[in-house]
Design a protein around this ligand. Structure first.
Ligand code: PEP
Ligand code: MG
Length: 325
């Protein structure tokens, strides 16, 4: 199997009926970088910047952040890289950072909430990213956006630093693309406003499912209780791509769902064309999509999505069997 996947590496990710799919990897540390090429990925769909902070003993300084981001962009060698601003709090703890005890950390002071309250941290990171991407493209997204106003405020911080660097004659990125992660359900009812503001969207299905189902993503006792391949979450995911498509905004999905071949099949079936996953998942997912008649899947799945359903997962499995996926 491993050998079989290795042979797929240089083959384009195209479905049997000719649809090209962007397969990207999630990464976060320097050791992940060789995997981008080994896996034959189209780029890094999610670079989790908090990992550098989590393995450090104290806050990484600006020049340390800059060195990592520059190394990532150098290694990507022109492939797209989407950085995510610091996503700490919740399940991602920095031992050296004092924070108040919270009863529900997943619902607490985390990610962009913390960043906007303590803009010093975010500004240091933004400065490091602007320097690292000087003369090339910078793609940056913000985690846990809950209201569009938070995206506006984060964008303004980037803009301020960009103007400052420009005024002082520093080299800056030749293009800056800013996006929001869709992982808090409240955004599902602000998609039109969001799409009017962002350059791209990225669905964080781990958190989005956690919050949709009100199920702790780390609680194994509950892991099998609700099925992501059922109508409610798939309708929510479909809504994102529908509004984004109509606004001409590209969308990627970067949660664990993307790395499971059956779930990835369902995602393609509801309209996703760009998914980002752990490097080891690229082979199995590529093998799935190369044997997939995506048109046939869409013709069957899209009407099904809006009908009452029990056991959609079983039907997806049956579709895959019948069509030799
Ligand atoms: C997600 O929430 O789906 C996601 C990609 O981010 P993380 O797993 O780092 O929270
Ligand atoms: Mg998340």
């Amino acid at each position: 199997r491993q050998e079989q996947y290795r042979q797929l590496r240089d083959k384009p990710a195209v479905t049997r009926d000719g649809q090209t799919i962007d397969l990207m990897v999630n990464a976060g540390l320097l050791v992940d970088l060789p995997h981008v090429k080994e896996a034959g990925a189209a780029g890094i769909g999610l670079f989790r910047t908090e990992l550098q902070f989590m393995v450090a003993a104290t806050f990484p300084r600006m020049r340390e952040q800059l060195a990592l981001y520059r190394a990532v962009l150098d290694a990507a060698n022109g492939l797209t890289v989407t950085f995510r601003s610091l996503d700490v709090g919740g399940d991602k703890v920095l031992p050296y950072m004092r924070s108040a005890q919270e009863e529900n950390p997943a619902l607490g002071w985390r990610a962009i909430r913390m960043a906007l309250d303590r803009p010093g941290l975010l500004r240091t990171q933004i400065r490091a990213l602007l320097h690292a991407a000087a003369g090339r493209e910078l793609r940056l997204m913000f985690p846990m956006i809950t209201e569009v106003d938070e995206f506006d405020r984060a964008r303004e911080l980037v803009e301020r630093d960009r103007r400052y660097l420009e005024r002082h004659g520093h080299p800056i990125p030749n293009k800056i693309l800013l996006g929001a992660m869709v992982e808090v359900p409240s955004l599902l009812w602000q998609l039109e406003e969001l799409v009017a503001r962002v350059d791209f969207l990225s669905v964080g299905s781990n958190d989005l499912l956690q919050f949709l189902f009100a199920i702790d993503r780390a609680n194994s006792q509950l892991a099998d209780r609700f099925d992501p391949l059922s109508p409610a979450p798939l309708r929510a995911l479909r809504k994102v791509i529908e509004v984004a498509d109509s606004g001409g905004v590209p969308v990627t999905l970067c949660g664990e769902l993307a790395g499971d071949p059956l779930s990835a099949m369902a995602l393609l079936g509801i309209g996703y064309r760009s998914i980002s996953m752990a490097p080891a998942a690229i082979g199995p997912v590529k093998s799935m999509l190369m044997s997939l008649d995506l048109g046939a899947l869409q013709n069957w799945l899209m009407p099904e999505l809006h009908m009452p359903h029990e056991g959609l997962r079983k039907e997806l499995i049956a579709f895959a069997r019948q069509h030799d996926v």
